[in-house]
Design a protein around this ligand. Structure first.
Ligand SMILES: NC(=O)N[C@@H](CC(=O)O)C(=O)O
Ligand SMILES: [Zn+2]
Length: 451
């Protein structure tokens, strides 16, 4: 493996072109593109490289490519242990690297549940063995996700996996006292509770967003208030105990308003939105194709517009995929029986380009903030650059991804790395292709393929 990499003529955060030299895990040199100056820095970097390789540096032609910090996903379902037929840590992290990600947070709703130090360490080790990106396990808030007793939060935090994000995702921590205790507990080690906001009594039997379309289709509705009531309650609790709350997959316009209010109060509330809630609406459910079944459900056009505006103005801090692979027998069945969830890792950046960049809501530096810097700060990831000022500078971690913003592709489920095929974008032409990804100077993707 070559240890010095030269990225020629890339545009960091879409800015002016630069030649970057990656060596020993960091950006070793930065120069204006082309020619003489680079020859010197490459020679210096090669000399400084520890391994003493005789091969010359790997040179990547970065013309027309944008260098972004390695993306960080706060919400990935890797399904291992327990549902390795749907995804494994290896296949899910391969999908992540191909999507430009260098860190994913693996949700705890596995079998067994990630509610002990033993399980989170196992997932963390599987991530290290696969080597495609960093895996940060999320710990369950309650034992077995049952919502009745706190899990061993401290033991998971002090384990080798160093858990900082805790979530019962897939389920809401609906007991207000347990939620309060969890928020108090994680304060001790700088953790955060990530809430799947869904008041279960209001969503019993729900099959899609409550409203005119559900009425027309005769399907039981999942009302916006079921999400908004929990967000309001938990924001008040977070403010009351002075702890950090993160809201998973925000899906309604009303939720954006409540989060804006909570932030104005100065409370430590952060939020994520998924690519699919930025792009897709409940109209798709009229097809009865279960690939469009997801929790929270696809909402209305007015909701997608409010979510885009909230992500643009920073009310919503970041994009998270909620990558939720499902085996075909769980997904390709009748609507009511199908499991909720959609693939996301390999298409997230493309959907953000389509919904947020092409529409003028975000520029490339904003994309970096919403898909890398902000989720890294929320989740306590320290080995990516913390902000634009620290990115692609000499000494910064060489953890980055190269995007071709001009290219596009038609999504084919069979061409994705995930073990499952439940992408809602099948047949759609989406903009943007990841050409290469680097994790601490080591290529994980080159020429659009896993290394
Ligand atoms: N989003 C989903 O529809 N499903 C997720 C759980 C979740 O994120 O709530 C899953 O684990 O399948
Ligand atoms: Zn969820």
């Amino acid at each position: 493996m070559t240890s010095v990499i030269v990225l020629r003529d890339v545009r960091p955060l879409g800015g002016d072109p630069r030649d970057l030299v990656l060596a020993q895990g960091v950006v070793a040199a930065v120069a204006p593109p082309g020619g003489g100056e680079l020859t010197g820095v490459v020679a210096d970097a090669a000399e400084g490289a520890a391994s003493g390789t005789r091969r010359g540096p790997l040179v990547v032609d970065g013309r027309d490519l944008i260098a972004l910090p390695g993306l960080v996903d706060l919400h990935t379902h890797l399904r291992e242990p327990g549902r390795e037929d749907a995804e494994t840590v290896e296949s899910g992290t391969r999908a992540a690297a191909l999507g430009g990600y260098t860190t994913v947070f693996a949700m705890a709703n596995t079998d067994p549940v990630a509610d002990t130090a033993g399980v989170v360490e196992q997932v963390w080790r599987l991530g290290q063995d696969a080597g495609h990106c960093d895996v940060r396990p999320v710990g369950a808030v309650t034992r077995g996700l049952a919502g009745t007793q706190l899990a061993e939060l401290g033991a998971m935090a002090s384990s080798a996996a160093a858990v900082r994000v805790f979530s019962d995702d897939g389920h809401c921590v609906s007991d207000a006292l347990l939620m309060r205790r969890a928020l108090e507990y994680v304060k001790a080690f700088g953790g955060v509770v990530a809430q799947h906001a869904e008041e279960p009594r209001l969503t019993a039997g729900a099959q899609m967003n409550e409203g005119a379309t559900a009425a027309r289709l005769g399907l039981p509705g999942w009302p916006a208030v079921a999400e908004e009531a929990i967000i309001a309650r938990d924001a008040l609790l977070a403010g009351h105990v002075g702890s950090r709350l993160h809201i998973c997959h925000v899906s309604t316009a009303g939720s954006v308003d409540i989060i804006r209010w909570a932030k104005a109060k100065g409370w430590q509330v952060t939020a994520e939105v998924t690519p699919h809630h930025l792009l897709l609406t409940e109209e798709l459910v009229t097809s009865y194709d279960p690939v469009f079944k997801v929790n929270p459900p696809l909402r209305t056009k007015a909701d997608t517009e409010a979510l885009r505006a909230g992500l643009a103005d920073g009310t919503i801090d970041c994009v998270a995929t909620d990558h939720a692979p499902h085996a075909s027998e769980d997904k390709e069945t009748e609507w009511a029986a199908a499991r909720p969830g959609m693939l996301g890792l390999e298409t997230a950046l493309s959907v953000v380009i389509q919904t947020m960049v092409a529409t003028g809501h975000l520029d490339w530096a904003d994309v970096a903030e919403r898909m890398a810097f902000a989720p890294a700060r929320i989740g306590g990831v320290t080995d990516t650059a913390p902000d634009p000022a620290g990115f692609a500078q000499v000494g910064a971690p060489a953890t980055l991804t190269l995007l071709d913003p001009q290219a596009s592709r038609v999504i084919d489920p069979h061409a994705l790395a995930s073990r499952s095929g439940n992408t809602p974008y099948r047949g759609r032409n989406l903009p943007g292709l990841i050409r290469a990804t680097f994790l601490r100077g080591r290529p994980t993707v080159l020429d659009g393929k896993i290394v």
